[in-house]
Design a protein around this ligand. Structure first.
Ligand code: SF4
Length: 431
């Protein structure tokens, strides 16, 4: 008796990815939970504090992911729910009030406090929105208190940022009365990237310009029917929906990864502002040039090599587009936890025909497909990387792409290098 091949059923490799059929899988998954987002969000919003209401496991997760800060007090912590609480013996609301009061007395610099839900707080149905509303009343106007869920039940780790930003949207002030549009860039970006984009939009004459999240909570951007927004990250479905409910309009574009992605992303705004083609070219050509030169070295190394994406960060589709179009890599399978067809439409069109798209995960089946394909490089979560390395496959941790500035022209070289490095390491080990 012969075994069925590990490859996907015929018909799932469609002719053009914009119209491609997607292999949907619902099985065991290997992903981090949304608490992970605290690691980069607490660095971005400098007067915010993230209080996870969870278990010791939750505390270990964010402490080990964020590392220990020696010189600064951390801006995250976990209020531990213990056995007494789980048995319903304690009034958790009273205890939470005590913890928050103590924290805010001790840390007067905190202006924005997020109560972050977890699996344990959801299992015992602790109503954190009620707690946030009650505590906000006590501490307003000095501290704004919001809540969102970072629980690992049915989510993936980048959804933590989406939930956090979506919780901020109702807090955004209404846009002032004026005659023209404003641009809102949505998604946490490293400050250095934000500064570069600010300069580019300024040179294009696109503005007023705001960013969500802001660096400090008093700088919450205004929103309303004249707000046009560009997503800087592909995993912000709830935030985009909340902004649309406030009257804002999304500008459709690929994501700002690589020379091409960054140019098309900027162009979406430039077109909305009616920027002449010559001006757009004059402003963006130097950046495009720098980006292409910076990736040339990695492109030589990666050209023609195959790459396989396990679903993890939700950045998989834009990354596969960048690797295939700017580094001539060949994506075999591009797996993503969720494929937001509308937000990814411009990306999917640019993927090479025949790329297998998969959504969700059945990890054993996907591992079989990966082993059968023997890709040159596998992009996956931490949990799969070591076993695959032990089988002789070179891997890239997808979570690293969230901790590293990768958007914009001046980061394109670093982005390419992130994919070249595992292959360099493997070549050195083999030599
Ligand atoms: S929120 Fe859930 S998945 Fe995340 S660390 Fe806590 S218990 Fe684990």
């Amino acid at each position: 008796m012969s075994e069925a091949p590990a490859g996907p059923p015929a018909g799932l490799r469609a002719k053009g990815c914009g119209e491609a059929t997607v292999l949907r899988e619902r099985g065991q998954r290997e992903v981090f939970c949304g608490l992970t987002g605290i690691v980069w969000l607490h660095r971005k919003i400098q007067d915010a504090f993230f209080l996870v209401v969870g278990s010791r496991t939750c505390a270990h997760l964010i402490q080990s992911a964020a590392g220990v800060m020696i010189f600064a007090e951390p801006r995250f912590a976990t209020a531990i729910i213990d056995e007494r609480d789980l048995a319903g013996l304690a009034d958790l609301h009273e205890e939470l009030d005590r913890v928050v009061t103590r924290l805010l007395e001790r840390r007067p610099e905190i202006r924005l406090l997020f109560l972050v839900g977890s699996c344990p707080s959801e299992v015992i149905k602790l109503d954190l929105s009620r707690a946030a509303a009650r505590l906000s009343e006590s501490f307003a106007p000095r501290v704004r208190i919001l809540n969102y869920s970072g629980s690992g039940i049915e989510t993936t780790f980048t959804q933590g940022e989406d939930a956090c930003l979506a919780s901020l949207v109702p807090e955004l002030p209404a846009e002032p009365q004026r005659s023209g549009p404003s641009l809102l860039v949505v998604g946490a970006l490293a400050d250095v990237v934000e500064d570069q984009l600010r300069r580019l939009f300024g040179d294009l004459g696109v503005g007023p310009l705001h960013f969500l999240p802001p660096r400090r909570s008093p700088e919450l951007p205004p929103v309303g029917p004249q707000t046009l927004f560009l997503l800087a990250q592909p995993f912000l479905a709830d935030t985009a929906r909340a902004l649309e409910e406030r009257g804002a309009t999304r500008l459709a574009a690929p994501f700002p990864l690589g020379a091409e992605g960054t140019t098309l992303w900027l162009k979406a705004a430039a077109d909305a502002w009616g920027v002449p083609r010559t001006r757009f070219h004059a402003v963006t050509a130097p950046g495009q040039d720098r980006a292409r030169r910076a990736i040339a070295h990695s492109a030589q190394q990666l050209s023609g090599k195959s790459v396989f994406f396990f679903p993890d960060s939700q950045l998989e589709v834009p990354l596969a587009r960048f690797l295939s179009r700017e580094l001539s890599m060949e994506p075999i399978e591009v797996g993503s936890p969720y494929l937001h067809r509308e937000h990814l439409a411009e990306e999917l069109r640019l993927l090479p025909p025949g790329t297998l798209l998969s959504e969700g995960q059945d990890v054993e089946r996907q591992l079989d497909r990966c082993r059968a394909a023997r890709p040159y490089l596998t992009v996956c979560g931490l949990g799969l990387a070591n076993p695959l390395e032990a089988e002789g496959l070179a891997t890239k941790w997808s979570i690293e792409l969230l901790f590293t500035p990768i958007q914009g022209y001046d980061q394109a070289g670093d982005l390419a290098e992130l994919f070249a490095r595992p292959l360099t390491r493997r070549d050195r080990l083999v030599a």
